[in-house]
Structure formats: C-alpha cells, structure tokens
Design a protein around this ligand. Structure first.
Ligand SMILES: Nc1ncnc2c1ncn2[C@@H]1O[C@H](COP(=O)(O)OP(=O)(O)OP(=O)(O)O)[C@@H](O)[C@H]1O
Length: 450
C-alpha cells in the first residue's frame, strides 16, 4: 500500500501513458463497428436492435397510469364547469395530429374555436409530465353526456390534481378574460336574456371632476383586491353605489364606465317587471358573478321611497300591484340572500335622493353615494376633448363664464357639440345654446322678483 504522496504518484499511471491506450481502444471499437455493419445484413441488424430494445424496455419497471374522468353526467348537478374549462383549454392545444376537428363560432366569443371530435386524443406536456386527454360522448335518449379522460403516470397523481388542473383553470381564466365580450342582461318571462354590451364610456370620457373619478376608481380597485378581507370579516363580497343627480348628468354613463373598467357584465333589473318576492330572489340569484346589477330610477319605482306604504299595501298609486316589499328588496341586497352570489356591484340611480327611504340609504347598504352634478368647466373640457379632439379654443373663456353662472347638464352640452365636427361651428352652437339659456333664466328670475 502506498503511504506517501510520492508513492501514489508512482503507482497511478500518468495521463501521457494512458493516451496511446485510449487511442488503440477507440480504433478497435471503430473497426468492430465497421465489421458489424459489413458482415451483418441490414435486416438482421434491425431485428437484433429491436430485440435488444425490447429486452431493455421489459427490464425497466413499467409505469402504471391513473385516470381522472371529467364527466358531465353527475346526477342532480348542473353542467360540470370543468367540461367547458377543458374545452377552452384544449382548443389551443389542438395540433396536426388531430386530423379531424370540430370548429365553431359562439355568441359572445371572438374568433373561431376548435375542439376535439369524439374519440380523439391530445397529449399535453406540463413540467415534463405527459398528460393524455381523451374526449368522448356517452349516447343516451337525451343525446348524450360529454366526458374527458386524463391519463398520466400514477406517480404524478397529486401534482396533476393539485397543480395541473389549477394551471388549466388559470389558463382558461386568462383566455376568457382576454376575450371577454361584455353583456347587458335584461329580464323577460324566461329569465335573464342578453345582448353584447358595447357602451364605449370609460372614466377618461366622463365629464366629472377628476378627484371624484379618482375616488371611484380607487374604491373599485380596493373592492377588487379585498376578496379575502370580505371573507375574514364575514361579509358578502359586494359593494353598493348610489348614483344621484339630475337627468343627463351621466349616471348611466358612469355605470357603463364602471363595467368597462371592471370587465363586468351589466344586469338591468327593472323592478316594474318583477312580479313577486320569489321572482326578485330568482332574478338576484341567477345574475352571474362579476356583474353590476343596476336598478335605475329607484325613486320612480313607487313604494320603494315610502317604506310604510310599500310594506303595508304592496301597491302603488298607478294600481300597478307589486307583490314584493321594500324589505324584500333590501333583504336581497344585503340580507342572507346576498351571500349566495359574490363579486357583485349593486348600483341604484335616482334623480331625487331626498325622497328615498332612509333604510335604502343607510351605511353598509349603499357604500358610496356619488353625486353626479351639473357640468363644470373641468367636465366641459373632457366633453370637448371627446367630441372635437381639441384642448384649447378662444371661445372657452366666454363659455366657461356661462357654465359657471347656470345649471347645465353634460348631456345638453354634448348634444350641441355633436352638431358639427368643425370646432368653431360646434363651440359656436354651444355658446348660442348657453346664451339662450341664460336669457331664459334671467327672464324667469325677473318674473320672480316682480
Ligand atoms: N358626465 C358625463 N360625461 C360624459 N357624457 C355625458 C355625461 N353626462 C351625460 N353625458 C352624455 O349624455 C348622454 C345621456 O347621459 P346619461 O344617460 O348617462 O345620463 P343620466 O344621468 O343617466 O340620465 P337619466 O337620469 O335621464 O337616466 C350620454 O349618452 C352621454 O353622451
């Protein structure tokens, strides 16, 4: 046994002495390989190769597979949402291997969607794991139920269940968020029906004071970010806004801007079309998540401004018998029923806040009261920028003076601005309109004095 470094150095061969050995070994290997190719016929060679491959495959431990079934046929359940999520997710995974595919164009979705036909497979790779999706449909008298099977090596079972399916859902959400076409729903005898919501209003196009706009968008951002907070304090994740102000000051436009800001659908709940308390509950329950439920002109919904009358008589002056009370409406807004649906905004609009029942106005019910005021000079600048695309004009000074001296709605100024695309002409119309209004107002004031 070597006992010192020097002795080791003597026993271990040097690199230079190993090189000739390596060279002769690799030359022999090359000769052997050439001889094998020349002597062994091609067919025999591939036969031997496949035998060897089979041998090694058999000796390796065979993986066993688990399968998850995403089935639409769960008794008593509504459609399994994972089916639709999977259809969306897989639509981006379809490739050349799928020789026959389904294609379609759907209401509310941009572009053409591709899907698997019955009996087809897709292999998806997630963090190196192979997941095979198989799609089919079980036929029965009602047409049949769709189902997916996901197969994967059993050692990845937990990962597929906990991480991969989550990844599928997140991808679906990102896809649908990107493509989401907003809807506006109204209620008929069959429930909620919808058309595409194409209102272009945004917070940038609203003629409102900047500070108020900022306060509203901050409030909406806080609402969106506070899912866990609402849960912690045991409150339904919803927020109520009361928009009040004269007609034509932009209450509906503000709701449209909120919907576009939040990417929420709008449900227009006309109380006049609601026949009973159960109808009201059903309407609230079946409105989806991520939605703004709008009850417009709440002051005109007779009975709502006068709780004692509506609670007791359940009818209004025009003999339009309503079978539900204000209490039922309030209960749906923030009572037990409200906790059945989350991520909702409820917006009431009124031209006459002062006549509403205080119960409707108490804190916690309508979280933010937003006053939509007559047009200010700041708001007028926004309108001019929207309609004429200009920031400055010599007529502004005179117009500003008149706007400050009167109550004029953004809607009426918008009407004048729309009369021409030429800034001089359109602003001239605004000026004439304001002067005319000023004269009328002076006349009324004079008459009052007399
Ligand atoms: N604040 C505003 N900002 C921008 N445009 C406005 C504003 N207010 C009104 N308009 C214009 O006037 C039109 C009518 O306004 P809108 O319907 O939003 O007012 P409203 O307060 O809801 O009226 P109502 O009480 O009669 O329902 C809008 O389509 C928009 O063009």
């Amino acid at each position: 046994m070597p006992t010192s470094v020097m002795e080791y150095a003597r026993v271990i061969p040097s690199v230079s002495s190993l090189l000739p050995l390596y060279a002769s070994f690799s030359t022999s290997l090359m000769l052997l390989r050439n001889a094998y190719h020349e002597l062994v016929p091609e067919k025999l060679e591939s036969f031997l190769t496949s035998k060897l491959e089979n041998y090694f495959r058999r000796t390796r431990s065979k993986p066993s597979y688990d399968t998850f079934v995403i089935d639409d046929s769960w008794e008593g359940q509504h459609r399994n949402k994972l089916i639709d999520i999977s259809i969306f997710y897989l639509s981006t995974k379809i490739g050349h291997k799928n020789k026959t595919i389904k294609i379609g164009k759907f209401k509310g979705r941009k572009g053409i969607m591709a899907g698997l036909v019955n009996g087809e497979e897709i292999v998806d790779i997630y963090e190196g794991i192979e997941i095979t999706w198989y799609f089919d449909c079980r036929k029965d008298e009602d047409g049949g139920d769709e189902y997916f099977e996901l197969s994967f090596e059993d050692k990845y079972r937990e990962k597929v269940f906990n991480e991969y399916l989550d990844h599928v859902i997140r991808t679906y959400k990102a896809m649908t968020k990107e493509k989401r076409v907003l809807r506006i729903y109204s209620r008929d005898c069959n429930g909620w029906d919808w058309i595409e919501f194409q209102h272009a209003a945004t917070f940038d196009t609203l003629a409102m004071d900047y500070e108020l706009k900022r306060a509203i968008t901050d409030d909406l951002d806080r609402f969106l970010a506070r899912k866990d907070y609402y849960k912690k304090i045991c409150r339904a994740w919803k927020r109520g806004y009361l928009l009040y102000g004269p007609p034509g000051t932009g209450k509906s436009s503000l709701i449209a801007a909120m919907a576009n800001y939040l990417n929420y659908n709008v449900y227009n709940l006309e109380l006049a079309n609601i026949s009973s308390e159960s109808d009201l509950k059903s309407a609230m329950l079946h409105a989806g998540r991520k939605s703004i439920i709008v009850i417009e002109d709440i002051d005109c919904n007779s009975g709502v401004h006068d709780r004692s009358k509506s609670d007791n008589s359940e009818s209004d002056n025009s003999n339009n018998v309503r079978q539900f009370t204000l209490s039922a409406l309030l209960n749906c807004i923030d009572g037990l029923w409200s906790s059945c649906a989350e991520e909702r905004i409820i917006a009431f609009t009124t031209n006459h806040k002062e006549v509403l029942d205080p119960a409707l106005l108490r804190p916690g019910r309508m979280d933010m009261h937003i006053h939509m005021s007559y047009c200010t000079t700041e708001g007028f600048r926004v309108l001019v920028s929207n309609y004429l695309d200009i920031k400055d004009h010599p007529l502004f000074e005179e117009i500003d003076g008149l706007i400050r001296s009167m109550e004029v709605t953004p809607a009426s100024l918008a009407e004048e601005l729309m009369k021409s695309d030429v800034a001089d002409v359109a602003l001239g119309e605004v000026l004439n309109f304001l002067k005319q209004k000023r004269m009328e107002k002076d006349k009324i004031d004079e008459e009052k004095l007399c």
